[in-house]
Design a protein around this ligand. Structure first.
Ligand code: GNR
Ligand code: NI
Length: 167
């Protein structure tokens, strides 16, 4: 297993739209394992392949307290959703920035597991938020894209300033 470098907003590679996985092979299983290791080490509750500069539709999520309930989603698609709620979000690609985003409260997500079997998961709460956040990444979207232009500008200057002091 290996830790993968995480792209930082506003890296233009975060805007790429990921391609569907056509075959679940050892390369995809290896990618999912490396992404899980990277997510746990960060630490974070989710990671999309886009964030590690791999533009394929693969997501890992673990919202459990004990960090022992890894979920891997290949080609995830929201097939139904309802309700809406405003919740505070953060992102490993936008370190130190947190803001409220409106999301569906409940989602049904269809995806393939690592054995290539089609699955449907009904999610709510933090898991539902995280699934929506990760599918946004696969579509080239970061949570700050949901914020006003004014806030996006402030976030960019704050991150640029951080980058200068840590350089
Ligand atoms: O670790 C993460 N925490 C989080 C908190 C609220 C809403 C979404 C997230 S996802 C984030 C990890 C990440 O950047 N995934 O893309
Ligand atoms: Ni993110």
């Amino acid at each position: 297993m290996s830790l993968l470098p995480i792209l930082r907003f506003p890296d233009p590679r975060l805007k790429k739209v990921a391609a569907p996985v056509t075959k679940i092979d050892d390369g995809i299983r290896r990618l999912a394992a490396d992404m899980a290791e990277t997510m746990y080490e960060a630490p974070g509750i989710g990671l999309a392949a886009t964030q590690v500069d791999v533009h394929r539709r693969v997501v890992v999520i673990d919202v459990s307290e004990e960090k022992n309930q890894l979920r891997v989603f290949v080609n995830p698609e929201i097939v139904a959703c309802d309700g809406s709620a405003l919740g505070e979000e953060g992102c490993l690609s936008v370190p130190g920035i947190y803001d409220k985003v409106e999301r569906a409260e409940r989602v049904s997500v269809r995806y393939l597991d690592l054995d290539g079997r089609a699955q449907v998961l009904e999610a709510e709460g933090l898991l539902a938020v995280c699934i929506q956040h990760e599918i946004d990444h696969l579509n080239g979207k970061v949570f700050v894209d949901h914020l006003s232009q004014l806030k996006q500008g402030r976030i960019k200057s704050k991150l640029a300033k951080q980058a200068r002091v840590t350089a």
